[in-house]
Design a protein around this ligand. Structure first.
Ligand code: IMP
Ligand code: MG
Length: 181
């Protein structure tokens, strides 16, 4: 058996820490979006697991929708040039949009997406991100609901991949350097 765990150098955020943080985020979102027309948008594929867990901690009515994109770049660096592979299934006109992201790195991907979504005239757009790699930020990106600050290291697990692998690890880990060098 090839064990994905063997490729991990260090566990950065444990399953328990993720669960506790998502309870806090879910309760803040539930307070803020009471009686609002909320749609939580997950960016596939990385944001999928976070959305699934966060949604179950949200106690107010919430629609969900998905966008799939590929961003051009290397396996570990994005360029902000984004191709839309799958669009939302419903209009967001007049809605309160909450983008649910796995990690914000340079901010280029989200910057592009937000420009696209703004043109559809939602009431507002806010961001919820499990992780913030803020040292690498290129464009300013206010995160209304933030899980964890992470250092400038490439992380995998809990939805995040390297070459489409490691998404199913239940924690966030740092990949051994020899895997991607
Ligand atoms: P940005 O455009 O540089 O902000 O990149 C954002 C996207 O790149 C994230 O949504 C992830 O899909 C991916 N990404 C950035 N950093 C990491 C990482 O450390 N591990 C896995 N994916 C990452
Ligand atoms: Mg992503």
């Amino acid at each position: 058996m090839i064990d994905l765990h063997n490729d991990i150098d260090e566990i950065l955020i444990t399953e328990d820490e993720i669960r506790e943080k998502i309870q806090i985020l879910g309760s803040a979102i539930s307070d803020d979006y009471e009686n609002k027309d909320l749609v939580m948008i997950s960016i596939l594929k990385g944001g999928l697991i976070f959305l699934a867990d966060l949604l179950r901690e949200v106690t107010v009515p919430a629609n969900i929708d998905f966008m799939a994109i590929t961003s051009y770049g290397t396996d570990t660096e994005s360029t902000g040039i984004v191709q839309l592979l799958k669009d939302l299934s419903s209009p967001i006109l007049g809605k309160e949009v909450l983008i649910v992201e796995d990690i914000i790195d340079t901010g280029l991907t989200l910057n592009y997406l937000i420009q696209t979504l703004k043109a559809r005239q939602p009431l507002n757009i806010k961001i919820c991100s499990l992780m913030d790699k803020s040292v690498r930020r290129i464009v300013d990106m206010p995160i209304a609901y933030k899980g964890f600050d992470v250092p400038d290291q490439f992380v995998v697990g809990y939805g995040l991949d390297y070459g489409q692998k490691y998404r199913n690890l239940p924690y966030i880990g740092v990949l051994k350097e020899e895997i991607y060098h």
